[in-house]
Ligand binder design. Structure first.
Ligand code: 5AD
Length: 355
């Protein structure tokens, strides 16, 4: 087993059987070693820096019906809202004042936000905050749409693959297609976005083998960003009685992802902080290097409920900033307020971070 860990650190690769074997034989000691190696690897590429991204959840409308998500269209108790373009800009403004130079615009798949509307929002943000990076997380759209938003100035795109098991994917996403999901990720990469993929841990029916497939999917896609979080059952979804994922299992997946894709930007997710008061700190200790404080207006935060009991529901943006700063420093890291580009995207001629 120690040989597998050595191989993982030296070559950043393992095959499916090796990953499964490692996962099935993880003693407490081996886990500690795994986390330690992940942290060392992250330090090699990004030092002690933890990058901050201000998260703006701008619409809770969604046309999809994912079985696990509180925003699914068949959830009549979900409270729907849309921020206006002005409100979105105000959130970014507040974030900018707090020092953030990286914003994530996230929503359900809401076609009210057309290409033209989003181009207007991105253009205004780029005009006001030219040095800030803009990440979109708004689901599956056409190649032309992705391209138009990239041309308008969007830098990055988050689209978790959710699970790399075709059968599990199909059972959780009625009306959606695994192949289309994957093709969106490739399209985004080809266009030149810094791309984020990722998955949930603890989905009903998910086995070690599925998780090994998720890790190998990431290894092959080689995304710039990787989002991994525990599945948290939502009481108004068909998966309300499912068990959900654990912080411990998610930490192992984070560390494995760090070692397989060493240069990735990996956030300590809100879902980790929701299951454990120090879940995000633990995630930093397993190889994460990004934290995403919420900038959405207080009045709508509770309504953006992918899962319940989400943390940071009542904290003003400025409080969020100081709370995170404290947590990150206490965990032994340093806040980095730069754009936080992937290391392969920085240092381009003229300081131009876009391809
Ligand atoms: N528990 C945890 N994560 C969830 N997501 C959606 N619903 C849940 C849930 N119930 C994740 C998905 C999605 C991301 C924005 O949030 O992975 O891609």
């Amino acid at each position: 087993m120690e040989r597998l860990l050595d191989k993982l650190v030296e070559r950043h690769e393992l095959d499916k059987e090796e990953i499964i074997c490692l996962l099935q034989h993880l003693t407490a000691e081996r886990k500690d070693r795994l986390f330690h190696l992940a942290v060392q690897t992250r330090k090699l590429h990004y030092g002690e820096s933890v990058f901050l991204r201000g998260l703006i959840e701008f619409s809770s409308f969604c046309k999809q019906d994912c079985l696990y998500c509180g925003l699914r269209r068949s959830n009549p108790s979900a409270q729907r809202y849309r921020l206006t373009e002005e409100e979105i800009l105000e959130c970014a403004e507040e974030g900018y004042r707090l020092g953030y130079r990286s914003f994530v615009l996230q929503s359900g798949e809401d076609y009210y936000f057309t290409e033209a509307r989003l181009i207007r929002i991105i253009t205004s943000m780029k005009l006001r905050f030219p040095e800030a990076a803009i990440t979109l997380s708004i689901g599956e759209r056409s190649e032309a749409f992705y391209r138009a938003l990239f041309d308008a100035g969007a830098d990055r795109y988050l689209l978790r693959h959710e699970t790399a098991s075709r059968s599990l994917y199909q059972s959780l996403h009625p009306g959606m297609s695994y192949d289309h999901r994957v093709s969106c990720l490739h399209t985004l990469k080809d266009i030149g976005y810094q791309v984020g993929a990722g998955f949930m841990v603890g989905l009903p029916g998910q086995t070690c083998e599925h998780l090994a497939e998720d890790l190998l999917f990431l290894k092959e896609l080689h995304p710039e960003m990787i989002g991994i979080g525990p599945f948290i059952p939502h009481s108004a979804t068909p998966l309300k009685d499912a068990q959900g994922g654990t912080v411990e299992d998610t930490l192992v997946m984070i560390a494995m992802a760090r070692l397989l894709v060493p240069e990735a930007l990996i956030p300590a997710t809100t879902a980790m902080g929701t299951l454990d008061p120090v879940g995000r700190e633990k995630a930093l200790g397993a190889g994460c290097n990004v934290v995403m404080p919420i900038l959405s207006p207080l009045g709508v935060r509770r309504k953006y409920a992918l899962y319940e009991n989400k943390i940071c529901m009542g904290d003003e943006a400025s409080l969020c900033r100081s709370c995170l700063e404290m947590r990150i420093a206490a965990a032994g890291y340093r806040i980095d307020l730069s754009r936080g580009d992937h290391c392969s995207f920085t240092g381009r001629a003229g300081g131009e971070p876009r391809r």
